[in-house]
Design a protein around this ligand. Structure first.
Ligand SMILES: [Zn+2]
Ligand SMILES: [Zn+2]
Length: 126
């Protein structure tokens, strides 16, 4: 009898598995017009606001859409944050969402302003 298929995730120890699942960004129903706004934002701001990386850059909502639906398509509510792991920090997950996608950093702009020189220095030293 063939062994049941087990994904790579299932083979990880429980603790690593839950961390990996936490780190996967949950799918959200996209707002109408989001794709073009997102593309325009990334064209204007191609680098991560925190570390400066230009790979795996995502668009973060400064005020969450969940609590501020009227700001979902507001260009000034958007911030480029990456998941490049160019430093030990996952800029989008850790700085934007305090390590968990269902959390939101209400002080993300201050956090990014404070962290940017540190993260740039780490990247330059690698
Ligand atoms: Zn975000
Ligand atoms: Zn970054």
């Amino acid at each position: 009898m063939p062994r049941p298929y087990r994904s790579g995730l299932a083979r990880l120890p429980v603790q690593a598995r839950s961390r990996a699942q936490l780190c996967r960004k949950p799918k959200q129903r996209p707002l109408a017009g989001w794709a073009s706004l997102r593309a325009a934002h990334l064209k204007a701001f191609p680098a991560c606001a925190a570390c400066g990386s230009t790979t795996h850059v995502q668009v973060h909502h400064i005020r969450p859409v969940r609590t501020h639906p009227h700001l979902g398509l507001e260009p000034t509510n958007l911030l480029s944050l990456c998941r490049s792991m160019a430093t030990a920090i996952d800029c989008h997950l850790d700085l934007g969402h305090l390590g968990q996608w269902d959390r939101h950093n209400a002080h993300v702009l201050a956090t990014v302003q404070y962290m940017a020189p540190i993260l740039h220095a780490i990247r330059a030293a690698r």
